[in-house]
Design a binder for this molecule. Structure first.
Ligand SMILES: *Cc1c(COP(=O)(O)O)cnc(C)c1O
Length: 480
């Protein structure tokens, strides 16, 4: 047996590289990432590719090793070239991503030390760090100290956690669902519809509240709908609003919705995945007034705090309710809130073992302070307003609502021919060009282009360049 063990031991260095090996690998990786960063302001935002990364399959997972340089080459050609480049300053589509460097270093440390941030007992410091970040988020939106939260992989999971908590807080059972009513707007993000299904709430009645000016939910209609439903014996229980819709960046009238939720004793869930962190800057704070009237809220650090993908957050005003839905030890719950222990993430989410997400957020916030984040968020709002003004100087451009946050919608109205078709071709041409990436949507049946400013690398020069590209591509599509 010992002999057999000795034979197996020759594989130890493969999984435990020595200092020299580590340095070699780290140097190659650093060289790669430095080259990426050195060129990032010139790399295309979108790259059309015929092969779409298929070259990866030429190097299947197998028993024998492959050197780091060959792997980085595979990565470069197949992963980091084709398609959308979310780290690019020219990413102005959907809701742009980020990828601040400090966060990558935080991830690196979290992976090397591999602290287990699920349970306070296992890693009290890591859990305190996550809870401290959630407390900070609670403070900036005006939630009380009795709230609880969780750092998730993104807004989708955060929305799901919010709905599950609300469902259990209302003690909804299978037999109740057919009569239970959820209120939202047609502008709600598709992850909401998905989370409703996953949370087992598919049988609920879903009412789409008509939109008012600027694609915002009409509170008066919401109120009437709830009253009518109650009168007819239904069970209104959940209102879902958005603070920054993905499509147009609209902020629903939060204070009014909050007051209606309170009056009728409904749960108010706020999806602020995109817009939530704008609360850090003056213009955003004004636009987001009333966030604190919600019962649960979702915010994505991988959007508004420029983190790499994999960072969402949910906050629930009454931590006990979040805990009631997600704890995994019945006896643990009764004294968890009265004890001196911090709440454990594993009791506040569906997950048990997971990446230590606090470090990728704590490190940048501490290293540079909150001030630069405030400034960059204010800048994004101003850049959107600037674009909104300037794009109207292009002949035959029609704009959507004045941007509340950092999304602008617009379309070109050709003198003749189908406008939808023209704009579809226009966005295709812009994407094929690739210097910047814009996406499109359909508003009131009209094919519409959208510009979303949120990448931390997007500044005045990129917005100016986008206007130029737009003029150029309009002329090109017009010519045929
Ligand atoms: C991005 C977004 C989501 C989904 O969040 P993910 O982090 O992509 O899972 C939900 N709602 C809104 C408004 C969003 O912008």
């Amino acid at each position: 047996m010992i002999e057999k063990i000795k034979v197996l031991e020759k594989f130890i260095p493969a999984l435990e590289p020595d200092e020299g090996e580590r340095e070699k690998m780290a140097r190659a990786i650093l060289k790669y990432s430095e080259e990426f960063l050195r060129n990032i302001y010139d790399l295309p935002a979108y790259r059309v590719s015929d092969t779409k990364g298929i070259g990866l399959y030429d190097s299947p997972i197998q028993d024998d090793p492959v050197g780091i340089n060959e792997l980085l080459e595979l990565l470069k050609n197949n992963v980091d070239s084709p398609g959308l480049n979310p780290a690019s300053r020219g990413h102005l589509g959907y809701i742009p991503g980020g990828g601040i460097y400090h966060a990558a270093l935080g991830d690196y440390l979290a992976a090397v030390t591999n602290r287990y941030a699920g349970v306070f007992f296992a890693s009290p410091g890591a859990v305190r760090m996550e809870n401290m970040l959630l407390d900070w988020m609670a403070a900036i939106i005006g939630y009380p100290r009795t709230c609880g939260g969780n750092l998730t992989s993104g807004g989708s999971l955060a929305n799901l956690i919010g709905f599950v908590t609300a469902r259990d807080a209302f003690d909804l059972k299978g037999k109740d669902l057919e009569k239970s009513v959820i209120y939202l707007s047609t502008q709600a993000h598709h992850s909401i519809d998905k989370a409703i299904r996953i949370a087992g709430l598919r049988e609920c009645i879903v009412r789409y509240i008509p939109l008012g000016e600027g694609y915002r939910m009409k509170p008066s209609e919401l109120d009437i709908s709830i009253i009518t439903d109650r009168k007819s014996g239904l069970n209104p229980w959940l209102i879902i609003a958005s603070a920054g819709t993905t499509d147009v960046g609209a902020v629903d009238p939060l204070s009014e919705i909050g007051a209606i939720a309170q009056k009728h004793r409904l749960w108010f869930h706020l999806d602020a995945a995109y817009g939530g962190f704008f609360v850090l800057c003056d213009s955003g704070k004004k636009a987001l007034k009333g966030m604190d009237t919600s019962d649960s809220v979702v915010m994505d650090p991988h959007k508004g705090l420029f983190l790499p993908y994999g960072s969402g957050a949910v906050l629930v005003k009454d931590a006990k309710k979040l805990l009631a839905s997600h704890h995994y030890e019945a006896t643990y719950m009764q004294d968890a809130l009265s004890s001196t222990d911090e709440l454990s993430p594993a009791d506040l989410s569906p997950e048990l073992s997971k990446h230590f997400k606090g470090l990728r957020l704590w490190l940048p916030l501490k290293l540079v302070g909150v001030k630069p984040f405030r400034a960059m968020l204010e800048e994004k709002i101003l850049l959107a307003r600037y674009f909104y003004e300037k794009v109207q100087t292009i002949n035959r451009i029609e704009v959507g609502p004045t941007p509340e946050l950092s999304v602008v919608t617009f379309r070109y109205v050709p003198e003749s021919g189908d406008a939808n078709d023209f704009n579809r071709r226009l966005v295709n041409e812009i994407q094929r060009d690739g210097r910047v990436f814009l996406s499109s949507t359909v508003l009131d049946g009209r094919f519409t282009l959208r510009l979303a400013v949120l990448c931390f690398r997007t500044h005045l020069d990129t917005v100016g360049q986008t206007l130029e590209i737009l003029r150029e591509k309009i002329a090109q599509v017009k010519d045929g």
